[in-house]
Design a protein around this ligand. Structure first.
Ligand code: ADP
Ligand code: MG
Length: 274
């Protein structure tokens, strides 16, 4: 379990607080979205999860280990895989295979096991065919999948992803989202940072941040029942939710607390079949 208890963080001693009193928990195996407007502290928050940053006040504990405890950082970093917003920032190898092997090599695993883990990880994200390719020749979507494979080769309990579909075309974005869903169904806990409410709608719980703290949280249904609260802080709604709201305003008795395509389809179908 990941626990943030009243976490404060400042980049500069006299600067503004990028996090001011964040408390939240993420259970094992949960798929949580963290959303919020630009600059609200999402990236700062995710960097606390694997002890890249530690709180100036309050605490972050990962399965009982405090991130301030330098002696536990290796264990923490093995438990939590991080996928940064820009995949170029985490490329360390020339080829896809070499890059993927970097994590397990750092764990000083035997060569045979490293090979096995790399092959398995590339296969899991569907890029086994790219193993020998120079990373620089990959598309943005392939690079993102390669970054996820590198994390999987470490066999983490949780994966934290910062805007995993940023800079991707819609087809690659869909592939990455399907991959995240698959990891979640394999039992990996997912912390999914996004400013896209349509992406967040597909998770189990949404934590909405604003100005460095948790603004409100709940299941997607609870969040989409409070669209006025989202609009107040400048978060745009999925088009599908806007459509349901417009249909309701035009007199159709549809629910509007829906952010995902499947939910909207069954709502509209139910209406037609009445
Ligand atoms: N390296 C930095 N130095 C100083 N301030 C920063 C730095 N990175 C982010 N900030 C500030 O911290 C706040 C939170 O930023 P960030 O966590 O990047 O938000 P988000 O990811 O939600 O867009 C913003 O006010 C931002 O300007
Ligand atoms: Mg960010």
């Amino acid at each position: 379990m990941i626990v943030f208890d009243n976490v404060y963080f400042q980049y500069e001693p006299e600067g503004i607080e990028a996090l001011c009193g964040v408390s939240l928990t993420v259970e094992d195996g949960e798929h949580v979205a963290v959303v919020g407007p630009n600059g609200c502290g999402k990236t700062t928050l995710i960097r606390h999860i694997n002890a890249l940053f530690t709180p100036s006040k309050g605490s972050v504990t990962i399965n009982g280990y405090d991130t301030q405890d330098a002696g536990r950082r290796n264990e923490i970093r093995q438990m939590i895989g991080m996928v940064f917003q820009n995949p170029d920032h985490q490329i360390v190898g020339m080829t896809v295979e070499e890059d993927c092997a970097f994590g397990p090599e750092n764990l000083r695993l035997p060569t045979g096991e490293i090979r096995e883990r790399v092959a398995e990880a590339l296969d899991r994200v569907g890029i086994a065919g790219l193993a020998g390719r120079n990373i620089e020749t990959l598309s943005g979507g392939e690079k993102r999948l390669a970054a996820i494979a590198g994390i999987l080769a470490m066999r983490p309990r949780y994966i934290a992803l910062d805007e995993p579909t940023a800079f991707l075309d819609p087809v690659s974005a869909r592939l990455v989202l399907e991959m995240i869903d698959k990891l979640h169904s394999d039992g990996v806990g997912i912390i999914h940072i996004t400013h896209n409410m349509a992406e967040a709608a597909g998770t189990e719980r949404i934590i909405v941040m604003n100005k460095g703290s948790v603004y409100f949280e709940g299941t997607p249904q609870v969040i989409f029942r409070n669209v006025d609260k989202l609009k107040t802080i400048g978060i745009s709604l999925p088009q599908i939710t806007e459509l349901l709201i417009r249909l309701r305003e035009s007199g159709l008795p549809v629910r509007t607390d829906i952010g995902d395509m499947d939910g909207a389809v069954s709502e509209i179908k139910g209406l037609i079949n009445k």
